[in-house]
Design a binder for this molecule. Structure first.
Ligand code: WTA
Length: 633
């Protein structure tokens, strides 16, 4: 099915790369032929980055759930689509065939429709990692509703912001979710988020933890009371290629998280193409991505990429370190996993336990390892290679972003070479360039610069929900006709890319994106805070830690108490992942004459630098630096 567009050699990679950029219409048109269309497209590609406006397969009609489910039911209804491993290893895993998936997704679609959900309505999904989350996502796709999954670690205030922004009318949630030793309330967080939102018509609640929850009459409904009476067939709705498939909120360098909008046809084809090529997936293999479906990695490489290729995708409810640090290795042997895709932060957290835990497992089923989310340090790369891959299988280091929909720069497992800490080569369709501030190309080896993409690929962000101007400003205004990634990178002599990390005001904490502005806004909500500045600093486990410099009112004397209050406040406004690691009370911040905070100095202080702050002539008062240094954490 996808074999004809899977890359099988280095030569073919070079050829496909060239063809994809020279004649994208022909290249992607040929690939799109392999999917199910209710009406074929009129034009493969129509684009300009000024507005921006990008249309792939315009005029076509299709349904993503049909492409992810029905076409494999026709081949073999009993083929396994989803394998679910519970948080608690003693709970039985679930295996769901493509036919069962079709039945469940149809029932969910019928349930949603019976309560008024229609094409293009927005549906919020706030659930733990249970198969029903996948049913809910695909049910939205089947009926044409736009899903917006919110990671089950975000606070009520964050959820409310998102619901209001996308004007969602329906919510799907669980009573609670198990994560390690914890049982986290989800329904009560939803209740808090929406208590004054009258436009919410229904909250569908899945029973998972069986904890007690409050049901609001007329609004809240139990899924188990509705689902059995639904028909197990729902005709897939014909969607236009450019209809939005989903909105996913992500942090940027300014203001509140923005709703990244992905399209139907382009996104699906990009998720599929990158999945089969990067991981070199072969029919019958089992793919295990450890991300949460609340993030883009879970969308593209637990759901849409693997299922559109007819793969068996494994989803795990729990965490790698509970009940002990052998959990991932145990899952791999138990389910005979072939592809493991995880994050450097997870690898580093397991490395702490040494070589012993993975040595108790054979791990022989593994064929490919992958990493995503942040730069992987050399030590973690080698540990992963030696202890998990037993130095016999390729590691793919995949660079991409929520906005890119799928993997952009990566080696192809066993086809193009890996190089520790390098994402290596751009995929076909990806025209990656390094630019200096004036927009000049910087492609000499080892010259660090800003990473841009100068042509559209099928999975590119289409807009930020209801704010196209913001999409343009954030991504298409830095250099004319270029998509700005916000990442810094350099190339080696063979044009392999090494990604350094964000060069804008976005932090990457344990692979999670957080904007410094978003963190500062939360901190500034504390009544005693006058001003704050947040920067990242290198953190052994998290990759980056959060360091907050805070000016508080003179009357505040108990700084320990205030530190604790601020940590709790940030948790309440954003979520536990956003709690600052270090908080330093200061009397002043290094500011330029125009009033801008010189973050580069704060970053250096946070990194432990004591001198060498560079040119300080534009600072109003350079003495604040000494004062900050005297109490640096
Ligand atoms: C970073 C996650 C280095 C990068 C898919 C990017 C990486 C941000 C890598 C996007 C990698 C992701 N090497 N850095 N292999 N993968 N990043 O939107 O800074 O959650 O801009 O998408 O993660 O994070 P996001």
């Amino acid at each position: 099915m996808f074999e004809s567009y899977q890359i099988h050699s280095r030569d073919q990679y070079e050829k496909d790369y060239k063809n994809s950029l020279e004649d994208p219409e022909k290249f992607w048109g040929n690939i799109a032929e392999h999917f199910v269309w209710q009406k074929k497209w009129d034009q493969v590609l129509d684009w300009e980055f000024k507005t921006p406006s990008v249309k792939w397969f315009d005029g076509g009609l299709l349904n993503v759930s049909e492409n992810c489910i029905d076409r494999f039911v026709k081949i073999d209804p009993s083929r396994i689509a989803l394998i679910w491993e519970a948080n608690d290893p003693s709970e039985l895993p679930r295996e769901i065939s493509y036919l069962e998936l079709q039945n469940e997704v149809c029932k969910y679609a019928n349930m949603l429709q019976s309560r008024g959900v229609k094409k293009s309505n927005r549906v919020i999904i706030y659930m733990g990692m249970v198969p029903e989350l996948v049913f809910a996502v695909l049910a939205c796709a089947r009926l044409g509703a736009i899903h917006s999954v919110i990671f089950a670690g975000f606070s009520a205030i964050s959820i409310k912001d998102r619901i209001v922004d996308c004007e969602a009318t329906h919510i799907i949630t669980c009573d609670g979710t198990f994560r390690g030793a914890k049982c986290i309330d989800l329904k009560s967080i939803i209740d808090e988020a929406i208590f004054d939102l009258s436009f919410i018509k229904n909250v569908f609640v899945l029973q998972r933890t069986r904890q007690e929850v409050k049901m609001v009459e007329g609004r809240d409904v139990w899924i188990h009371e509705l689902i059995d009476q639904q028909s197990d067939w729902f005709e897939p709705v014909a969607m236009s290629s450019e209809d939005p498939l989903f909105i996913l909120y992500t942090s940027g360098s300014t203001g509140k998280p923005k709703g990244v909008v992905h399209s139907t046809a382009g996104y699906m084809i990009w998720a599929n193409y990158t999945f089969i090529n990067v991981f070199q997936y072969k029919t019958g293999q089992i793919h295990f991505c450890t991300a949460d479906i609340g993030w883009i990695t879970g969308h593209s490489y637990i759901i849409y990429g693997p299922l559109s290729a007819g793969a068996a995708t494994l989803m795990f409810e729990g965490i790698p370190t509970w009940p002990n640090e052998e959990r991932l290795w145990q899952i791999i042997d138990k389910h005979q996993v072939n592809i493991l895709y995880t994050a450097p932060t997870a690898i580093r957290s397991l490395m702490v336990y040494g070589e012993d835990p993975p040595s108790h497992y054979s791990l022989e089923s593994l064929k490919v390892l992958g990493t995503v989310g942040e730069p992987i340090n050399e030590e973690a790369w080698h540990w992963y290679d030696q202890n998990i891959g037993k130095s016999r299988i390729p590691i793919v280091d995949t660079w991409w972003q929520t906005e890119t929909g799928g993997i952009m720069i990566s080696n192809l497992a066993g086809i193009t070479e890996s190089k520790p800490t390098y994402a290596t080569l751009p995929l076909p369709g990806v025209s990656a360039v390094l630019k200096d501030q004036e927009g000049k190309n910087v492609m000499e080896a080892h010259q660090q610069s800003a990473l841009f993409i100068n042509k559209p690929w099928p999975g590119i962000i289409r807009t930020t929900y209801q704010d196209h101007a913001r999409c343009k400003l954030n991504y298409f205004s830095q250099i004319e006709n270029m998509y700005c990634t916000g990442d810094g990178a350099f190339v080696d002599e063979e044009n392999n890319f090494r990604i350094i990390g964000r060069i804008d005001d976005v932090l990457n904490v344990s692979g999670h994106r957080l904007g410094t502005a978003e963190l500062e806004n939360a901190i500034n909500e504390h009544p005693s805070v006058i001003e704050s500045a947040v920067v990242g600093y290198p953190h052994d486990l998290k990759g980056q830690g959060i360091y907050a410099f805070i000016i508080c009112q003179d009357t505040t004397t108990d700084h320990d108490l205030m530190t604790e209050e601020i940590r709790e406040l940030v948790q309440a406004i954003i979520g536990p992942i956003a709690k600052p690691d270090k908080i330093q009370m200061v009397t002043g911040l290094p500011k330029t004459r125009s009033g801008k905070i010189m973050r580069r100095i704060l970053r250096k202080i946070a990194e432990g630098e004591k001198s060498n702050f560079g040119d300080l002539t534009s600072l109003i008062d350079a003495n604040v630096i000494d004062q900050i240094l005297a109490n640096a954490k």
